[in-house]
Design a binder for this molecule. Structure first.
Ligand code: S3P
Length: 169
């Protein structure tokens, strides 16, 4: 059985949905951000602050290549994983890509609940930053076979729709 790979911007619900979906369908849950943190012995925001985004992306690609080979996993990815087309190709080889999306205002509200953990949004005007990053990333997120908007959808319903539609596409 193919992996389910969750793509999408920060705050679209990838980790929460991924964890519950995995438990529901008896798959293992893998979160690429968590793996990067455990490999680097450092939190993501520290890696980006201290080593820079380029180095973080290298670590991310290494972890992606590793998890893409696994089987029966729900893989939750960091929002910028789509920036390297090789990441997507690797994840797609043995996985069904599902993008979670949300309205920029909803994203802002959700990420503000975990202030300080998203250095890429550390800006005097985070909403504009969200719009800017989304513009760059949206074409990549659209490569998924299934796209769900989680802005007004309870987690349970997101999971139901993934279970219903992901294998059918
Ligand atoms: C990032 C998203 C974060 C994390 C890092 C960079 C991004 O993951 O990988 O801060 O570039 O969008 P989440 O999407 O899980 O917040």
């Amino acid at each position: 059985m193919k992996n389910i790979v969750l793509l999408g911007f920060m705050g679209t619900g990838k980790s929460v949905v991924g964890r519950r979906l995995a438990a529901d369908i008896h798959y293992r849950f893998v979160d690429t951000d968590c793996l990067i943190e455990s490999r680097a012995h450092q939190r993501i925001f520290r890696i980006i602050q201290e080593k820079g985004e380029a180095q973080f992306r290298q670590l991310e690609s290494l972890v992606v290549r590793e998890v893409a080979c696994r089987r029966r996993c729900v893989i939750s990815t960091g929002g910028g994983v789509v920036l390297d087309p090789k990441n997507i190709e690797a994840l797609q080889e043995n996985g069904i890509l599902v993008t979670l999306q949300a309205r920029p205002e909803v994203i802002l509200k959700r990420v503000q609940r975990h202030n300080g953990t998203r250095p890429l949004l550390d800006s005097p005007d985070p909403l504009s930053k969200i719009y800017e990053l989304l513009k760059e990333r949206e074409p990549h997120y659209r490569r998924a076979s299934l796209i769900l908007d989680t802005s007004d959808m309870p987690v349970k319903e997101v999971i139901r729709q993934i279970k219903e539609k992901a294998w059918a596409v």
